[in-house]
Ligand binder design. Structure first.
Ligand code: SAH
Length: 212
């Protein structure tokens, strides 16, 4: 309980290893981002527990194991341009920013976007931009992306998103019903798409044209 923040963060990374996260780059990124800076003051003591936490406006910061799993599935390269849909607290974007060349993250709720932008700037992230918009249609002006991560649940894969992937680009998205989804990974191979499933997840709904 009284362990210091760095010790708790190291313990979280050990836990992630135990549950099967093997990509060392992802583990280093998780070790580098201060999750306590992304959760409301009242939950700071729980920042390194493996739970989603409320961040206001009915939204949540995803649990660390899910962030690690998604980031691992995305195979983010150092030269990659990444689009995240659903910035929320900005935590997933910070983890991605440790690994990528640039991260565009979009959020439909202005108050959350503002909070994420301030936090990321205070922590010194210069390779992330936070934009207020409906991300269900992607971001055509900035496309294509090597990685697209949807941090909210969708009923189906939005066509506009797969069309904004580079050749070999990866889309990671929770697909399913409101209360339970499956993590789906889509890889673009020329004009076709390779789809695989990676276990269950529970996300807040994607709201908008291609959402719920
Ligand atoms: N990645 C976040 C978790 C965010 S929860 C983090 O690390 O904290 C999902 C977020 O998606 C919510 O903040 C919600 O407002 C946002 N969202 C839902 N539908 C959206 C849409 N169509 N476009 C952009 N953001 C959306």
């Amino acid at each position: 309980m009284s362990a210091t923040v760095p010790a708790r963060r190291r313990a979280l990374v050990e836990y992630l290893r135990e549950i099967g996260v093997i990509d060392e780059r992802v583990l280093s990124a998780m070790a580098a981002v201060p999750r306590e800076a992304f959760v409301p003051q009242t939950f700071r003591h729980q920042a390194y527990d493996d739970y989603p936490l409320e961040i206001g406006e009915g939204q949540t910061i995803s649990q660390p194991s899910v962030v690690a799993r998604i980031t691992e599935l995305a195979e983010v390269g150092a030269r990659d341009r990444v689009l995240e849909i659903g910035a929320g607290s900005g935590y997933q974007a910070a983890v991605l920013a440790q690994l990528a060349r640039f991260v565009f993250t979009v959020e439909r709720l202005p108050r959350l976007a503002e909070g994420a932008r301030t936090r990321l700037a205070e922590l010194g992230y210069r390779n992330v931009s936070v934009q207020v918009m409906d991300g269900t249609l992607g971001w055509r002006a900035q496309a294509p992306f090597d990685v697209i991560i949807v941090s909210a649940a969708a009923p189906a894969i939005p066509r506009a998103l797969v069309e904004q992937l580079t050749e070999g680009g990866r889309l990671i998205i929770p697909i399913g019903e409101l209360r339970r989804q499956e993590l789906v990974r889509v890889v673009r191979r020329g004009e076709s798409y390779e789809e695989s499933r990676h276990g269950s997840a529970t996300f807040v709904p994607l709201v908008g044209r291609e959402g719920f």
